[in-house]
Design a protein around this ligand. Sequence first.
Ligand SMILES: [Mg+2]
Length: 230
Amino acid sequence: MIKAITFDLDDTLWEIWPVVERAEDLLHDWLAARYPRIPARFTPLELRELSDEVSAARPELAHDRTLLRKEALGLAARRAGYAEFDVEGAFAVYFIARNAVEPFAEVRPTLERLGQRYTLASLSNGNADLRLIGLDDLFSLSLNAIEVGAAKPEPLMFQEICRLLRVSPDQIVHVGDDPEHDVQGGRNAGFRTVWVNRTGRDWPGGGRADAEISDLAELEAVLAAWEQRG
Ligand SMILES: [Mg+2]
């Protein structure tokens, strides 16, 4: 008996990387107007890579993409010789633009139909803001790695959603694009898993998902087949 469906967000409900790149470009322009030595020294990609540097040096922050971006911006400012830097203002420019995503066309109608039958929740490693994106009405609960304190594929976020929804892992289907974070993570936590493969990628190896779909509209047939089998 399936009671709930959990969804990954980035690259499952919308395409994220072009949006992130645009947000990084806008931030770069904002920095050029206020702290020109930063963009003179770092390209947008190099600023992103500073997050990896912070994450490597401080693994306890690795699950918190908001804090990693802020720490990386502060590091860039110091390296460019700015003693004072408006990190919150800089991050806000990035964050607003990062949430200017365009959900795939089938997402809202599919989730509206599924929501009549199942409890829907989101489980994300990123810092997407469903209220800004305009999909918050579709989900009963939304968890991300920042508030949980651990990212997928670690079990904590999956365990936490079971606890909050009061359902057991075998009553939940997790749907996501990432073979490791979503499929392995979900499997390891005892969830049924659906791999969203929009671009015809080959499965990278390891335990496969219980089903594979190329867009969310296919999810309804997968669930109906599982329900029939009981
Ligand atoms: Mg994803």
